[in-house]
Design a protein around this ligand. Structure first.
Ligand code: C2O
Ligand code: CU
Ligand code: CU
Length: 539
């Protein structure tokens, strides 16, 4: 039955793509390709308009959050999108491209039937610009944003942040990239002959469940609210098992995990061979130097910016972006024993007791293919991966007030931070004097991995202690840091039993007046259930 439903989805997806072909900017020969076993659909690439179109705003931008019929690439069903008009073109979930130093001005129009607010994830700005849930606007309401872009060049993103509705609205489609460029970054791209949307590709990874009619199904059970809502289908830019046609050259891929809960362990496979790739950036822009890797963990909200060299391949050959086996470490119930990886196959009843539309058979630690890169043509390309990167990354000093942060499960029911859950009006963390602090974030042993995110500022990871073996194996220095810990982070994955120390400089940016930012788990089921605290930064 699952099989026939998949076929149905594939067929309706094809019809929808045909109908929307112009919007996606897809060549029609791809759409007409004869069906094979998966990987026949093209990866939706950011074009000049439509879904994930590239939009470098001139002047004030209006983003309307609303349902868009037929917009969902995987099934052709409706999904929620941010709709924008710019220079006579229509965009859905535009990939915003901003220059450092530019003023960003946007109006959110709430076309939903419930409150919403946009959060610019990783984008620096005072808290009234950052999408705090206390600023959510009701149906028909508007919210005005205006702030200068001060971030380093890098890959950021945006999604809703209304109280207890963040997971659902993000899941139903409201999410896209916010890319910041500057002169150094442009020089880097020129050096490697990279073009955004052609050889520099933003790829949004999300797992989903579908209702029978092909619409996205967000109906978490009590178990799902505790452990995270996993979907049995993993999408890249909204498409299931798509293909991107490539040439024998370097590609830059900006991978964003936009799932509510699923952690990926990503690798590029050519047959059984793992292709080496170079990590050049993460949440907060470029690293000090490229790091050669063969696999990388990517937790919800994290980004990796990688260079992949396809010069060793010949036309007709293929490479798969694939999830590699790992232990998802759902140790909630057990405490001391590592790895109850069967846990996420338990119980698929909705909170109201009805079975959900789809059985989730894809565990986080399973091996599965996500995206195919098919070499279409040979190209002469002689650029090399640079030894250093445009940076300005000083090593962290490790100085500052030490603040212990404890992550734990209370009564087998709710995840807590320092034994507290979210209250809109309280600020359990008060930063009295602006300057550096060291947060020692410790996760209980009877726990699961929590990707911990802070609004407004970046982390510098100082060390990891008590890491599980699958993380320790990837340590690259005596502080136990992994490659993705280098540079600037806004979301840091803390595994069960682990303590991750991060330095946060609350004087940079030095926002005017008292600020109230959020610190939360980016497993969005956890966040909506209250694994989130206000952080007050005194003026
Ligand atoms: Cu992307 Cu408060 O989060
Ligand atoms: Cu954020
Ligand atoms: Cu969590």
């Amino acid at each position: 039955m699952l099989q026939s439903r998949r076929e149905f989805l594939a067929l309706s997806g094809r019809a929808a793509l045909l109908a929307l072909g112009a919007n996606f900017g897809l060549p029609t020969n791809l759409l007409a390709a004869s069906p094979t076993t998966g990987f026949e659909k093209p990866l939706p690439l950011p074009g000049e308009s439509g879904l994930f179109g590239l939009l470098a705003p001139e002047g004030k931008l209006t983003l309307t959050a609303a349902a868009s019929p037929g917009a969902f690439p995987a099934t052709g069903a409706a999904m929620l999108t941010y709709i924008a008009q710019h220079k006579g073109k229509t965009f859905l979930n535009p990939i915003l491209v901003l220059r450092k130093g530019q003023n960003f001005e946007a109006t959110l129009v709430n076309g939903l039937d419930q409150p919403t607010i946009i959060h610019w994830h990783g984008v620096e700005g005072p808290w009234r610009q950052a999408g705090h849930p206390s600023y959510a606007v009701g149906p028909g309401g508007i919210y005005e944003y205006k702030f200068p872009i001060t971030n380093r060049a890098g890959t950021y993103w945006y999604h809703p942040h209304p109280h207890r509705l963040t997971a659902k609205q993000t899941y139903l489609g409201l999410a896209s990239f916010f890319i910041v460029v500057d002169a150094e970054e442009e020089a880097f791209s020129r050096e490697l002959d990279l073009r955004l949307g052609e050889t520099d590709i933003p790829i949004l990874l999300q797992d989903k469940r579908f209702a029978k009619d092909g619409r996205l199904d967000y109906s978490p059970s009590q178990d799902d609210l505790l452990m995270g809502y996993l979907g049995g289908t993993v999408l890249a830019n909204g498409a299931h098992q798509p293909t991107m046609k490539v040439a024998t050259r370097l590609y830059r891929l900006r991978l964003l995990n936009g799932s509510t809960a699923r952690i990926f362990n990503l690798a590029f496979l050519h047959g059984k061979i793992r292709m080496p790739f170079f990590l050049v950036g993460n949440d907060g822009g470029f690293l000090p130097a490229p790091q050669q890797l063969s696999e990388v963990f990517l937790a919800p909200a994290e980004r990796v910016d990688v260079l992949l060299d396809l010069r060793a391949l010949a036309p007709g050959q293929e490479v798969f972006l694939q999830n590699m086996p790992f232990d998802p470490m759902h140790n909630e119930m057990s405490g001391m024993t590592e790895g109850m990886s069967g846990m996420e196959d338990m119980g698929h009843e909705n909170a109201d007791g009805h079975p959900s539309g789809e059985n989730v058979t894809l565990g986080e630690g399973d091996s599965f293919q996500i995206l195919r890169l098919l070499v279409e043509r040979a190209q002469t390309y002689d650029r090399q991966v640079p030894k250093t990167l445009p940076t300005g990354v000083q090593p962290p000093t490790g100085a500052g007030v030490v603040r212990p942060i404890a992550l734990a499960l209370r009564d087998m029911r709710v995840w807590t931070i320092n034994d507290q859950t979210f209250s809109m009006d309280d600020a359990p963390i008060v930063v009295q004097k602006r300057g550096p602090e060291v947060w020692q974030i410790s996760n209980a042993k009877a726990s699961m991995p929590h990707p911990m995110h802070l609004h407004g500022y970046f982390y510098r990871v100082l060390e990891r202690r008590g890491s599980p073996s699958q993380v320790k194996d990837r340590a690259m220095d005596s502080q136990g840091r992994v490659a993705t810990d280098l540079g600037f982070k806004d979301t840091v994955l803390v595994w069960p039993g682990e303590t991750v120390s991060v330095e946060i400089d609350f004087s940079n940016p030095n926002y005017p007046g008292e600020q109230r930012f959020l610190f939360h788990c980016h497993n969005l089921e956890h966040e909506d259930q209250g694994m989130m605290l206000n952080v007050q930064v005194n003026g």
